[in-house]
Design a protein around this ligand. Structure first.
Ligand code: FMN
Length: 338
């Protein structure tokens, strides 16, 4: 799998998720087998570029290549300038977000709201592709709503504009995250273009990844929510796709170690005050479905210092030893109830 000059390690990607796939988490996903990661979305409005949040989102120091930055907006010139700004700061691939259903984004005519305006989509894509000399890719949904699924039109416009890869989430903007993602439209898009297509939506297991690849003919799969608290899902999927066999769940000792590394990288990235607070959701995801996880999460949320948080997480994972040397999700809950 290749994007422009960049050869990727495999075709299992981590999805951009604002507030989740910050640099430390992207790095972890890549270390644990993700073939590619895209940064959280960066605003195209130049007034926001100097904000602390934007500065963090455009900080790629030490990140495994290729460094891909996602941009969102509705004004072709702003987006072109934003793409240039990010390429000057090290972005090697620019991804345009036309998939976000969030009101804050859509009210400003960006994200998936743009799908309603094919002429504007065309102008945006031409402006961004013309502004930078790195590959430009597009992430979008199947349409505005189920009555207006125009993914095939958008894909054609994108290919003609010089977009080098499409990522399609198998839901419409109106669907939000409800219902099941559908893969027929992704298959139709894949069959209609020559550029690589990435299938996204509801991929939660290695089997589902294989099913989606077979069903759509897509070149790669992209995993979002299922990676929250389980960044090793990428090596599990990649291994299954390559061999047809399952890797065992991770060792408790490995998770204990990587949690400690993840948290320390997280604190270094956000600073201690913000770091402790923003780490809570990650910790909550890691312990979800583990024995005692919910009680632990509630107690951990009260801790205010990095030292206390690190120690508590370490002790929690140490306690998981009693269920076996590998993480035991549901089984551990059942043992607790027995
Ligand atoms: C918390 C959260 C934040 C997200 N932020 C973005 C974003 O910044 N850009 C984007 O293109 N998609 C964003 N998405 C959508 C995901 O990239 C992905 O398309 C969606 O979650 C479906 O994949 P999944 O079923 O594997 O989670 C976000 C999703 C979630 C859950």
């Amino acid at each position: 799998m290749q994007i422009g000059p960049h050869q990727l390690r495999n075709n299992v990607f981590v999805a951009p998720m604002a507030g989740v796939t910050d640099r430390p988490f992207r790095q972890l996903c890549k270390e644990l087998g993700a073939g590619y990661a895209v940064s959280e979305m960066a605003a195209s409005n130049p007034r926001l570029w100097a904000s602390e949040k934007s500065a963090r989102r455009t900080d790629h120091a030490g990140e495994m290549e290729p460094k891909a930055v996602q941009i969102a907006g509705a004004d072709p010139q702003d987006l072109a300038d934003c793409a240039k700004f990010n390429v000057d700061r090290g972005a090697q691939i620019i991804d345009i977000n036309m998939g976000c259903p969030v009101k804050k984004v859509c009210n400003n005519w960006c994200g998936s709201a743009l799908l309603q305006h094919e002429d504007l989509v065309e102008r945006i894509l031409h402006a961004v592709v013309g502004a930078v000399d790195v590959p430009v890719t597009l992430k979008f949904r199947t349409g505005w709503n189920r009555e207006n699924k125009n993914a095939l039109n958008i894909a054609r416009i994108a290919e003609q504009a010089g977009i080098q890869m499409l990522t399609l989430h198998g839901r419409t903007r109106a669907d939000g995250y409800t219902g099941d993602a559908e893969y027929e439209t992704i298959a139709a898009v894949k069959a209609s273009v020559k550029i690589p297509v990435v299938a996204n939506g509801d991929i939660t297991t290695p089997e589902k990844a294989r099913y989606v690849l077979e069903k759509t003919g897509a070149d790669a799969v992209m995993v979002g929510r299922a990676a929250q608290g389980r960044p090793w899902i990428f090596r599990e999927i990649a291994h299954f796709l390559a061999t047809g066999t399952h890797l065992p769940p991770p060792l408790v000792a490995e998770v204990r170690h990587l949690m400690s590394e993840h948290l320390q990288a997280h604190y270094a990235f956000y600073g201690d005050f913000l770091g402790v607070r923003t780490a809570r959701k990650h910790i909550g995801w890691y312990v979800r479905d583990l024995a005692g996880g919910e009680d632990f999460r509630q107690e951990m949320n009260k801790l205010e210092s990095t030292t206390e948080q690190l120690r508590a997480v370490d002790q929690f994972f140490e306690s998981q030893w009693k269920y076996g040397e590998r993480l035991q999700y549901r089984l551990a809950e059942e043992m607790l109830a027995a």
